[in-house]
Design a protein around this ligand. Structure first.
Ligand SMILES: [Zn+2]
Length: 209
């Protein structure tokens, strides 16, 4: 049974996540409830999440809440552990560098290793809802392929370029216990944590003990 209503098309093995974005995102979000966002220091963000093994209504409800939370916090991607749930699933609602919007869900994502000739690094700014108010430049490949499963447990592949490629890498990292700041130099990381300490999130967060 499809939890997504209409099944997304597949083109050249990749899921088509650019069609009916407005309707699909709204349907998820309106069924869900926004939850507060966990922040740097919360243990759930700093360890690998559990694999999704049951593709049921409970998973579908979690994803609805994730879309609602992502919208409330004005994020472009959200991993389950960012609302405190220890499960390998992320959602996204993100523009690529051509201004094309992508909306989707990936369970149990695995980032594909890129051939050396596809590894063009892009050093744009990156931020994270779990590191509120902070940004830093971080070099990442400008093309990414993630393989995983959809809400029915069917295998899917998602590909992205530019900012959307960055999003796919960032969200997959989350589910393995890594924040983007873990990829920064010591000095940049310190600066980011300082920015975070001095700022105030514009959305509800889970206080750390
Ligand atoms: Zn993040």
């Amino acid at each position: 049974m499809s939890q997504q209503g209409t099944k997304q098309r597949v083109d050249d093995e990749f899921i088509v996540d650019t069609e009916d974005c407005e309707e699909r995102e709204r349907a998820f979000r309106e069924r869900g409830t926004a939850r507060p966002i966990t922040v740097y220091g919360n243990p759930v963000l700093h360890k690998e999440c559990r694999d999704v093994t049951v593709f049921d209504e409970e998973l579908a409800r979690l994803v609805d809440d994730m879309f609602a939370s992502q919208r409330a916090a004005e994020g472009v991607g959200l991993a389950a552990n960012q609302i405190g749930v220890d499960l390998k699933v992320f959602v996204y609602d993100c523009m690529d560098d051509e201004g094309v919007r992508h909306v989707g869900v990936v369970c149990n994502p695995v980032l594909e290793e890129l051939p050396a000739d596809r590894r063009v690094l892009d050093d744009s700014n990156e931020g994270c809802l779990s590191v509120p108010t902070a940004y830093a430049e971080l070099a990442r490949p400008d093309y990414a392929v993630v393989r995983g499963q959809d809400l029915d447990g069917e295998p899917i592949a998602v590909r992205g370029t530019g900012y959307f490629a960055r999003c796919l890498q960032h969200e997959t990292d989350h589910l393995y216990g890594y924040l983007y700041i873990d990829r920064l130099s010591k000095r940049d990381r310190k600066d980011v944590l300082k920015q975070m300490a001095e700022g105030t999130a514009r959305y509800e967060t889970v206080p750390n003990d």
